[in-house]
Design a protein around this ligand. Sequence first.
Ligand code: MRU
Length: 360
Amino acid sequence: MKINGTYYRSLWLDDDGWSLRILDQTLLPWRVEVLRLSSAEQVAHAITSMQVRGAPLIGAVAAYGVAIAMRSAPQDLDRIVAWLGETRPTAINLRWALARLHARLAPLPVAEREAAAYAEAAAIADDDAETCRLIGQHGLPLLQEIAARKGRVNVLTHCNAGWLATVDYGTALSPIYQAFDAGIDVHVWVDETRPRNQGAALTAFELGAHGVPHTVIADNAGGHYMQHGEVDICIVGTDRVTRRGDVANKIGTYLKALAAADNEVPFWVALPHSTLDMQVDDGVKEIPIEERSAAEVTHLTGPDDAGKLTRIQVTAPGSRAANPAFDVTPARLVTGLITERGRCEASPAGLAALYPDKAA
Ligand code: MRU
């Protein structure tokens, strides 16, 4: 996707052919800064510090982390895969990508691992971009149908499930981009998404760069707009979907799904195949929820009047803060899933019909 006329993917190989380039998402939207990652340690740091984030993207970046490590330590495959797998616990895409690399590389002689790892990482990245484009195609009819009825579509989204969270196009935002490009009058309510503000900072930045009309709202405002008929559809991304269709996503998603159910607003979840975890049934009980630093709740970062990034405290000094980064929306609150293979019910039967090859 484009920023100021330049086409970017959210990751790419450097001209040297082996190190990885990413956009530092902790600096967006204030600064567009490209980072070069040239060691597995730097890759791990980029994931834990959220210079890269979003379930599909961290999977692709971790795959390149393995490839970079294979240059100097191909005999260390098991250790590198296990270690990168610890960087973030909730999104299954990370483990999916690492398992794919491990399955491909483990049977090979060590001398062949580097080249095979780069090829596999590139395949994961290309597959993600194409998958997300297809998610957009399968989500588009939902928006077309509303536009045909009402002349205009108001979508509410939470967190950032756009191209910055994937390799390209995004998941939840992909149908929105396709609708906008097709001339549909679409407007997006962007939840700010405290504590890290991925909505206010990243989704708003992406939509703005593409010219999509949008309004950033406080996380607590969505229910109000739903009660007043101002939201036609919710579309969110996800970090893990279980066999029965429970959905883990950024903290606050569950409350939006509850408000949507109470107001009969359709609540759709967009996901690539790499986000499915058919080994898990009950998302609330079984999906590990990342607990992040309390400092993300107590402090906010933004530019001061001189444009310098500054942190300010927004909570009473001395108060404790807790920071679960994700929550789980039970399948019963999900209208349906939008995938690269089409749309389905959030249920064992719905998922099994679209993904017979993934059945647990
Ligand atoms: O903590 P983050 O920013 O990595 O969380 C991202 C989300 O929750 C996204 O909604 C999810 O990864 C889907 S991205 C296509």
